[in-house]
Design a protein around this ligand. Sequence first.
Ligand SMILES: CC(C)(COP(=O)(O)OP(=O)(O)OC[C@H]1O[C@@H](n2cnc3c(N)ncnc32)[C@H](O)[C@@H]1OP(=O)(O)O)[C@@H](O)C(=O)NCCC(=O)NCCS
Length: 405
Amino acid sequence: MDFDIRSCASAEEVRQASSAIGYYFGRSSAGEEQMKRFARVLPVERVYAAWEGNRAVGGLAALPLQLTVPGGSVQAAGITLAGVLPTHRRRGLLRAMMRALLDACRLAGEPVAYLWATEDTIYGRFGFGLASFSAEIDVPRDRSAFHGSFSASGNVRLVPLAAAERDIAPVYEKVAALTPGMFVRSAPWWQDRTLADPEWLRGGRGELQCAVLEQKGRARAYALYRINWGFERGLQAGSVGVVEAVGESPEATGAMWRYLLDIDWLARVRAGLLPVDHPLLLLAAEPRRLSFSLRDGVWVRLLDVKAALTARSYQERGSVVVAVIDEFCPWNVGHWRIGADGVNRTDEAPDLRCDVSALGAAYLGGFTWTQLVRALRVEEIVAGAAADADAIFRTTRAPWCPEIF
Ligand SMILES: CC(C)(COP(=O)(O)OP(=O)(O)OC[C@H]1O[C@@H](n2cnc3c(N)ncnc32)[C@H](O)[C@@H]1OP(=O)(O)O)[C@@H](O)C(=O)NCCC(=O)NCCS
């Protein structure tokens, strides 16, 4: 049977399109409330589905996001909802939906797409490159001291979720504007996603809590977390599950984490989705006790190489010529001179050659050209070109996306 790939035209069609990924979460259909929350951040026409007759058997969508890149920001498609029913897998439905969706995003003026992947084998073939690592920690509270010269300042207040946005959104905005990989959160995003705490999301864990750290009369850091209590043979076995902890300054970030690590009655503090350069590693007196571990973070796809590369800044004068290979979006193929003076097509011989996925890997500053050459993802045609490109693309912060979308 033939399949029709098209965007949704109604909330009911979106519900159907999302039921394919919902199936893998063990749900037959998204609830009314969940769909309403979703609709406030994801316009109907940005949800695509594979239709078999009038039934959706797969879905794929693009959240409209403003993504921070080094030195600026860019309109980006936050790819989400990817799912094809197990009855229809491996017939090319994801590929067909990806074609339609990415083409529409590019036409709408979004030069970048990015996503979190459930499996790291899926998206490379569509030109997505691994652009950041994401870290997690699991630290015994009684081994969580900071180095001797640290002293926490400020006061921590517990804030009800319904009132939290006013205090914490300005902190997030300051950090997000400086951190590649983060994106602007709208008021609906705060209310319907970040601060929403429906029972079905808790999965047996404690309620979502919000703590705000004030210094000099103003919120400078916040933490969203859950208390997961537990005892074994009379001994504390519970944990603090940190959902998101963000601070404007090293002092505020340190003090916020000290608060989280000092909550009584709990044995461990666990957190995920941290950037690789998180200050905790060097704040801790015993870094080994953090059990800091890495896995893939966000994946980036440059839909329009010129517009995407022009949206970010470059460190130094000078430029490199990169030969780009791009099977899925052939309009990007060619030689590009990249540098602070601009990004332009050129007939000149290239210094480096790579697939567009490697450009995605370097885009937010998560990986250097030298690393990519060593991993055989970039070919260094002119000796020394990778080091030159590193100087031009250099950033000061590792990319960080604190939430899975
Ligand atoms: C992942 C998923 C959406 C793929 O859908 P699909 O319609 O079967 O994919 P397609 O038939 O279009 O496959 C396109 C290509 O991706 C490959 N591919 C698809 N899923 C893959 C997977 N899980 N691992 C490795 N390769 C995969 C196919 O082999 C095919 O390769 P080709 O280009 O070399 O021919 C589907 O398997 C699914 O819903 N999985 C469970 C939910 C999930 O993981 N969603 C992703 C959320 S980020």
